[in-house]
Write a protein that binds this ligand. Structure first.
Ligand code: CO
Length: 426
């Protein structure tokens, strides 16, 4: 490949300054101050725009804040053909327009199995029963009284990237990777609630169930429930949104999103799994030999370059910052490598603090684009030493019948005009 990486050059602050300002000026034409002679620039300072010449609305204008009007295309989107109807559908987060590791509450991806219930918090109850000493029915007021914790964790649907098992088909970061989001969750440790009811010795599993019309439910091993599961009522500092399970949901850190049951209403302990619909016909992985992998909860390490991407192309040669996100259900991200030549050569990206367990981690790498074709990839290695596989490696192991757990390396093809395309390498 003709693409070269030049870390020595990109670390030169003079080059970085000139290049960044040049790009900015070319893009907006508004960077009059600080542009070096010889670069395209307006002849005079910016004029006083209308909003600088009058008094704006006061504080009563917006009792609940909302994004600027110019950001109106930063929204969740769905793929109409993906599911039978909107009641059993998915909306994807616009990762191409987000920054940092926290997903705003209005842009957190959604997944419904029977639509979004409108739950009255005063009538909502959480029942904990089965193999316990003292079955309990808790109100929301009861739950909020328990000792609380706040934790930052991602939630990813295991079908994220599931449309790409056989071939690249959706030329979009949002649709290929947007079934992941990350938030600060506040609530009670599930272990605290289980201490309260007293777990019987024979108990080994929990069935967790939602209050939606489907009573969406999954079986979870008791050791995970006692480890790091949370029963949460708040997300990013405010009450859960209805689409995220208001007033109460489970968060199962690092495991596939469907086990983080929304509108949580029941936890039953037993000595074996329940084998409900969601762990037989759904959320199992069909292997090449016709058998199915069951109870594949773990989200293996995965990463993706979020800039550039098909929705955010390059605007001409020069210095850029390749940006992306990495995550792993195994704990913390240890390292992310970036390639600009389709995986022949790799450079280590910078990880941005905080690097948290089972949370999104931001990475960046300066890149001087010479205007020639490039193949951008990122590859994460987590703290267990697990290395993100290529799609070819994953297919060799699991075939291409699966829907779930495609955590392969994403390749973005950059064309000379700066446009970016979703491709797969053999
Ligand atoms: Co699975």
């Amino acid at each position: 490949m003709p693409v070269r990486s030049k870390p020595a050059e990109t670390s030169d602050p003079r080059l970085a300054r000139r290049s960044f300002l040049g790009i900015g000026a070319a893009l907006t034409g508004s960077l009059a101050l600080g542009v070096r002679p010889g670069h395209a620039q307006p002849a005079s300072p910016p004029a006083e725009p209308p909003w600088s010449q009058s008094i704006g609305p006061g504080v009563v204008d917006r009792p609940y804040g909302r994004p600027a009007d110019a950001e109106a295309d930063v929204i969740r989107r769905n793929v109409p053909w993906l599911t039978a109807g909107t009641e059993s559908s998915i909306s994807f987060s616009p990762l191409q327009s987000l920054h940092g590791i926290i997903t705003p509450n209005g842009l957190f991806f959604e997944r419904y199995h029977s639509g979004r219930p409108d739950v009255d918090p005063d009538q909502h109850r959480l029942m904990i029963h089965g193999l316990v000493e003292r079955p309990l029915i808790l109100t929301m007021k009861d739950i909020v009284r328990f000792p609380s914790v706040s934790r930052i964790h991602f939630i990813e649907c295991p079908a994220n990237g599931g449309m790409e098992w056989r071939a690249a088909q959706l030329n979009s970061l949002q649709f290929n990777h947007g079934m992941i989001s990350c938030a600060e969750w506040t609530g009670v440790r599930l272990s605290t609630l289980l201490e309260e009811v007293g777990v019987k010795k024979e108990a080994a599993w929990a069935m967790v169930e939602g209050a939606d019309g489907a009573h969406m439910n999954r079986s979870l091993p008791l050791h995970k429930c006692l480890d790091d599961c949370l029963v949460v009522y708040a997300q990013n500092g405010e009450a859960l949104r209805p689409e995220q399970g208001y007033p109460l949901r489970l968060v199962v850190p690092g495991w596939e999103g469907n086990v983080s049951i929304k509108w949580l209403r029941r936890i039953k302990l037993g000595d074996r799994p329940w084998y409900s619909r969601e762990e037989t016909s759904k959320y199992t992985d069909l292997m090449p030999d016709g058998t199915s992998r069951g109870f594949t909860w773990l989200i293996d390490a995965k990463s993706v370059i979020t800039f550039p991407c098909p929705e955010k192309p390059l605007s001409g040669p020069g210095l850029y910052e390749i940006r992306g996100l990495a995550w792993t259900g195994n704990g913390k991200v240890k390292r992310v490598d970036v390639s600009t030549d389709g995986g022949v050569n790799w450079q280590t990206a910078r990880l941005h603090e905080p690097v948290l367990s089972k949370a999104l981690t931001k990475f960046t790498l300066p890149w001087r684009w010479d205007g020639r074709p490039a193949l951008l990839e990122s590859r994460v290695i987590d703290e267990t030493g697990y290395v993100q596989p290529t799609i070819a490696q994953l297919r060799k192991q699991r075939g291409s019948n699966s829907v779930y757990h495609n955590n392969s390396i994403q390749t973005w093809q950059v064309k000379p005009d700066g446009s970016v395309f979703d491709v797969q390498l053999a």
